[in-house]
Write a protein of this length. Structure first.
Length: 155
């Protein structure tokens, strides 16, 4: 995790999308489906390594917003921004007092018999950078960035 530079790096913004979703398992699933749809609209086919990574990261961040960031009557926000070399996923919830455990700098795997607690390990493995920012006293955003690799040149 790298908590510095919480905003996208300079570059041409090719596509952006944001949605407010209910803090339910269905809302988390919808965030993942919307991520894949929006990548497709930006020309990134489903089932590619980039699309799968973004879908998995979105699923984990949205599930965490539902499980740990839920406040009755408040939705969570999912955002996706694509620039020339980067995809940025942002999930904002209404619990700025609940930071991910890795904000101290270390992710610890859960006990082997534990049924949960692996989501941020997945995010850490798939994202090039990720972190958490607090905009104000009511909103926390957990973000992740995945580099877009240039297409391979075939000889």
């Amino acid at each position: 995790m790298n908590p510095t530079t919480p905003h996208p790096r300079p570059g041409t913004l090719a596509h952006s999308f944001a949605a407010r979703l209910r803090p339910t398992p269905r809302g988390a699933r919808l965030a993942r489906l919307l991520a894949v749809r929006e990548l497709g609209r930006a020309g990134i086919a489903p089932a590619t390594p980039l699309s799968c990574a973004v879908a998995s990261i979105t699923a984990e961040l949205a599930a965490n917003a539902v499980a740990h960031g839920r406040v009755p009557g408040r939705d969570f926000t999912f955002g996706l921004r694509l620039s020339a070399g980067l995809v940025r996923i942002e999930v904002s919830d209404a619990r700025p007092d609940r930071f991910p455990p890795a904000t101290a700098g270390l992710l610890r795997p859960p006990a082997p018999e534990s049924a949960g607690g692996r989501g941020l390990l997945v995010v850490d493995a798939l994202a090039d950078r990720w972190g958490c920012t607090v905009a104000d006293a009511r909103v926390k955003t957990v973000w992740a960035e995945v580099r877009r690799l240039p297409p391979r040149v075939r000889s």
